[in-house]
Design a protein. Structure first.
Lengths: 347, 347
């Protein structure tokens, strides 16, 4: 009976089992995957804010497979590191300084994870495991923010997805993200980290050029016309999906880093976003940039892109995240305005 | 555009990418975890049937960490092997003979996985990965049956759980099973295996002695009185849960091994079972074995066991599995009768 009781107790969540640094005027932040678009904006925003959760940011470590650009205007200690997260030793070195907050954004993207099965599992699953194991073995309990993805969802999907809807990924990338969520939850439950997984909406408008992602056109049909260039629409205008701006994604990560997790329970959150059809996106573009911008879009149907995006989530009812204070843009015009505010000088 | 199209195609399920053995009078079956109660009953049932999916069973490989007992009356080639599935080399050796069907039942049980964090991940997650990777590298495409568990579910739960309900495990064991399901789905989608994960109901009546599992009392409150011995009930009689007999679990596995998977989609199934309260279980015991058997049960409340079992699934609406021909017992009396038929001579 004694033994049975001992086993039973351990099933329940326990608070962080390692000492956390005392509250004070010191904050060390690690960003894994810091060279990516979100990682770069996050680093700069943190530096611009100067503090996180009312603690002055005194040290920041930026890591990626290619060298991240250090944020400008930081008066603390900045480390810029490159390496392969699939190497456990690298993961150990990354967390040796016991950062208070870890943002884990690193991933092989969906197209590449699908084409290179081994690389996807090695980085997206193995790298995440390495990072969590390095933290557990080092023996500290950071706030750990993991960026998950709508790719964890597979068909059939309801028009509006509730918080308790099953993750049935139909890509290796989505599978690896769903596994990461499970690990973050279990390591948090066991008191090794204080983690949250955020299922980010699809991020638009991404600055830069079209990329290999099947979702790339969602950004380019707006970005290219806003910059006076033509764009191709491969799907019907009725196609509906779930969006947030890069600035909002950064805001979600910073909000999650400051959240009280005592009553959180399951550590994965569906996030608020803007549910919009392509037609609604184009109407917003027209409102902001005029008919001549919208006229730069040419419809060139691609049945494969249509089939893929047709299987994606159309909208969510993210009740838990909303109750925790996460808030999305109020519509697509705001998403476009957010791009112009941030990148307007690129025109 | 060509590149985009190539990526897109790969997201869709593809049939087995390795040659499967031609249909014929040859069937090699591998059971990983063959020393356990279900593994032993499965091996004997397969040998008694003589065939699987209308093919004669000519070779059977039984593997476990302790030596499995070989089934009696088998006139084919039987291999009995022991080893550590966490060793990738062992996994490679296991599948070198390219078995047509792999039953992967091996797991560190929930209590042990909770107490020994590393061992749980090493065997339940790492072992499953090793087995899948060994199959992928060997280059054949077996039917792969993975036994998952109700432990993938966590609170809050509806009274009746639909097929699309989220898996939010609250134990390391449940986490590892949920990860196994995701891997089986992705390896199947990529054509490396032809896999199905079965979320087995809680198995009662387990023969033998009470064990360390929190669920142990579900069997012992029936088994002990059926054998004239006293038993302790640690939870209220209103406690409701989801059950199947060991014989039914074996039947589910064999049914799954013969299923047409062409239209299956998501490779994880919630299975039919009997939803019964403790009061209903005791009434069934009384019907089968009389009031004197039921009187052997003493209520000794254990708040921890009550809290744990109170968080477990009470019932399912397993529409997909039922449409695929899986059928459960029609009530608890049949579950008790199944035990007496199989184990009656142990009294």
């Amino acid at each position: 009976m004694g033994q049975r009781t001992r086993i039973s107790v351990a099933f329940w969540p326990i608070p962080c089992r390692f000492t956390q640094k005392p509250m004070g005027d010191q904050m060390h932040i690690l960003i894994v995957g810091a060279a990516g678009m979100i990682g770069q904006k996050l680093a700069q925003t943190l530096v611009d804010n100067g503090e996180l959760n009312q603690q002055k940011i005194t040290e920041i470590t930026l890591f990626d497979v290619v060298e991240p650009t250090a944020p400008s205007g930081f008066d603390g200690l900045a480390h810029v590191l490159t390496g392969d997260l699939a190497n456990p030793q690298i993961a150990h070195e990354l967390v040796a300084g016991k950062p208070d907050v870890v943002f884990h954004l690193a991933a092989v993207v969906s197209g590449e994870a699908e084409q290179d099965f081994e690389k996807g599992y090695r980085i997206n699953m193995g790298g995440t495991q390495n990072l969590l194991e390095a933290i557990r073995h080092t023996g500290f309990c950071p706030r750990f923010l993991f960026t998950s993805s709508l790719a964890v969802f597979g068909t059939p999907l309801p028009d509006v997805i509730p918080d308790n809807f099953n993750a049935t990924p139909q890509s290796s990338y989505g599978t690896q993200k769903a596994i990461g969520e499970l690990l973050v939850n279990d390591y948090s439950r066991k008191g090794f980290i204080d983690g949250i997984s955020l299922r980010l909406p699809t991020i638009v408008i991404r600055p830069g050029k079209p990329n290999k992602a099947a979702s790339s056109f969602f950004s380019s049909i707006l970005r290219e016309p806003l910059n006076g260039k033509p764009a191709t629409l491969p799907v019907p205008k009725r196609t509906r999906h779930w969006f947030a701006s890069p600035q909002m994604a950064v805001g979600f990560l910073i909000h999650a880093a400051s959240l009280n997790t005592a009553e959180l329970g399951w550590r994965t959150l569906n996030l608020p976003g803007v549910s919009a059809s392509i037609a609604e996106m184009i109407r917003a573009l027209q409102r902001v940039a005029g008919r001549e911008a919208a006229d730069l879009i040419t419809e060139t149907p691609d049945p494969l892109i249509e089939a893929i995006t047709g299987s994606w989530p159309k909208a969510f009812h993210p009740a838990r995240a909303k109750a925790l204070g996460f808030e999305a843009e109020n519509g697509f015009t705001q998403i476009i305005q957010s791009y112009l505010d941030a990148e307007g000088n690129t025109k």
